[in-house]
Each structure stands twice: as C-alpha cells, then as structure tokens.
Ligand binder design. Sequence first.
Ligand SMILES: Cc1ncc(COP(=O)(O)O)c(C=O)c1O
Length: 448
Amino acid sequence: MSGAWVAHASRVLVSASRRNSLSERSPLAENGVSAEKSVIAKTRSPTRVTRALPRLRKLQRTKYRQMRFKFSMVTPEMKIETLAVHAGHGIDPATGAVATPIYLSTTFERDIEGTYSRGFMYTRNNNPNREALERGISALEGGAVAAAFGSGTGATMSILQALAPGDHVLAHIDAYYGTSRLIREIFLRWGLEADFVDMSDLAAVKKALKPNTKLAWSETPSNPLLKIVDLAAVAEIVHDAGALFVCDNTWAPVLQRPFDLGADLILHSTTKYFGGHCDVLGGIVVAKTEDDFVHRIRSIQYEAGAVPSPFDCWLILRGMRTLPWRMRAHSENAMKVANFLAQNRKVARVHYPGLQSHPGHEIAAGQMSMFGGMLSFEVKDGRDAAMSVTAKTKIFIRATSLGGVESLIEHRASIEGPGTTSAEGLLRLSIGLENADDLIEDLDQALR
Ligand SMILES: Cc1ncc(COP(=O)(O)O)c(C=O)c1O
C-alpha cells in the first residue's frame, strides 16, 4: 500500500468519522455512505479495492455502531410500571424520535464483504420492531429471550412443533379451547401424545405424567372457568419428571410472574391485554433461559414464517406501555362486577378468583397481585336465559376475545361449538375500562 494512499485514506477516515459524529444526530442527511464511496473512487484499481477492504470494514463498523438502534437501559430491579414504559424502547439514533419508528422495509443492505453487521437481513428473519417487541416483553416477564408470532396460536404452535414425534404433552383441561383443539386435531396426527388433566388437582397431575412427558401446559386463570393452577407446586412436580413447564399467561400479564414460580416458558396471546384495544393480532413465547429448545422455537419462527408485521409489533409494544395501569383498572372493575353478580338471584354461579368463595382464591391471592379482568357466570335457566342476557346488554358488546378497553360478553358454548364442555348457561365477560357502576347497571337491567 503506497504512502500516498495511506495518507489519503486516513484523511477520508478522519472526515468520515467527523461526519459520523454528526450522523448520530442526523444520519439520514449525512450518513457516512459518501465516505465509503470516496474511498472506493480513490482506489481506482481492483487490487486497491481489495487492499482498502480492512479500512472500509472498520469505517462501516464504526458507522453501524453509531447508528444502531439504542435500546433504553432498563434494569430488572425497576418496578413493573417503569419496565412497561421503557423496555424495548429507545431514542431513534437517526432522527431523535422518541416514539420508535416503524421499519416497514422487508430487506436490509448487506455490508461490502457480504455480512449484515447491522443485524438485519430480511424481515421474516428479524426486523427492528420485532426485536424491540421481543426485548420489551422479555424484560417485562424477566426472561432471557423471546420469539414473537403473528398470533397467540402461532406462538403455541411453535412450542408444540419444537417437540418430537412420540413426546407426551400434559395439558390443563380448562386451557383455551383453541389450544386443546390444536393438540387434538393437528398434533396427535403428527405423532405427539397428549393427555388433559385438571391442573388445579396436584394428585391428578402427578398421576398423569409419563416417562415420555416432555412438556406440561398450564393456563391460569383458565378459560372459561377461571380455575387456578398452583404454578409453583405444579412446576416442582413437572420438573421432577424431567419435563418443561409452560404457562399461558394471557389472562394475567403483569399480575403474575410465572418465571418466579418455576415456569420455563411463558406464552401470551398479545392480541389480548398487551395490544389492549382489540385492533392487533399477535403472540409471543418468552423463555427463562436460552437453550436448545428455544433455539428450535426461534428457527421455527423464521423458517416457518408465522411472524408478525412491523406495524403489529409496534402496536403491541405501544400497548405494553400502559399495561400495568390498565390491568389494575380491569381488575378493580371486575372485582366490583363479580361482587354484584354473586348477589344476583338470577345467577347460579360466579367464577372469579377474587371472590372468597372461589376454590382457587387462596392460591390466586398468593401468586397474583390482583385477580384480573376476566370472569364468567352461569345464569339459572340455561341457554335461553343466557342468550336473552346477551341480547339485552347495551354497553357490553356481544363478541369473542378479551383484553380490550371495551367490555365484551360471550356465550362460550355456542362459540366453542360441538365438543364444548362449557355449560349452556355460562357467559364469559371481558371487563373493560368503562366505569364499573355503568357496567353493573347494564348487567342488572339485562338480567331482569
Ligand atoms: C388464553 C389464550 N391463549 C391463547 C389464545 C390464542 O390467541 P390468538 O387468538 O391470538 O391466536 C387465546 C385466544 O383467545 C387465549 O384466550
């Protein structure tokens, strides 16, 4: 390398690094790319380009380090409200934007030597918004790593697909209907073995475990009967059998921390409380530790491709910022509605873990900070009486799903269809953020 070239190249590098320090504020206007072009232009011959490569690489690495999206420095010691606001978020280095930009690009520029030092290649593999969401929810749950999907069911699917034919799954009998259907209708045909057991009964769990049980699937509070699984006790039994323990935490994000109670994996349908406004579909698997099983889930994520769009990731991460406060309000409202229903003469039974009469109340009080926004109740006169309540409500909307700001009412047996185990008189409520007095008045007139 000639002395003249070295002198020239170091001049270029100095001016490029000046530009790069500017570029931290505004790399869109002055991003250092012209510095690379200038080095290449001055080298003229292919041999000189090859010689210049180490310097170009150094220049590029510096630039990327400076431009890379900076995530805010949350610490595990932070309180949940602080984590929810800041985890996964950071100031955009390109513009200073406080709200994270949405990166719609499906493809990302390669480095000169063919690598992807900025960490992104193709959006199915990874995307800045998905990475932000995964980091955010992982931090909130206290996990090591997360993989986001286009729906909660997509996330569930990835966990089951990471198992091998012949593995046995033990699932909670009152888990979300779609989860049991997925196991029964798809995975049994693909060679998984499965049993369903009431996981609020520890003796039944012990009895149902088999030598080939690789995974136990819990959900608490469960859907639609709000059964409570003692997470710490079941985790111990499942671990003694050498299996992984999964908790579907969709109904109680923030209110319970399954990793602290022994879960290995947490699942969320982020369609629900994380999104919080019934306008986005998503799911996520969070792992307590990064191991081979999680690597399999990750490869299923990008090789099978059930990934969320950047905009959906952005919406879910935005929803997370208010999650702890919304969960508090959902829970307070639900407690008031449950107390009202428990005293109504047309109601046979109320399923809400916040009520002292609930069989899982004590366990729930030990493992949840509040009891959540979901409840179900049975009217005395069966299906017709239940349907008449749903026809008469004015604030409660007749719709499936949960976790939004608006209250929803649903006749579970008819939505679940043939094979449902839900009682014909059972109605499920997703309690929203309206005033509890208005919700109670609405139910009161509908029950008359
Ligand atoms: C507890 C629970 N887990 C998983 C799911 C599936 O989520 P998604 O509808 O986002 O696929 C649901 C959906 O209602 C659910 O309630």
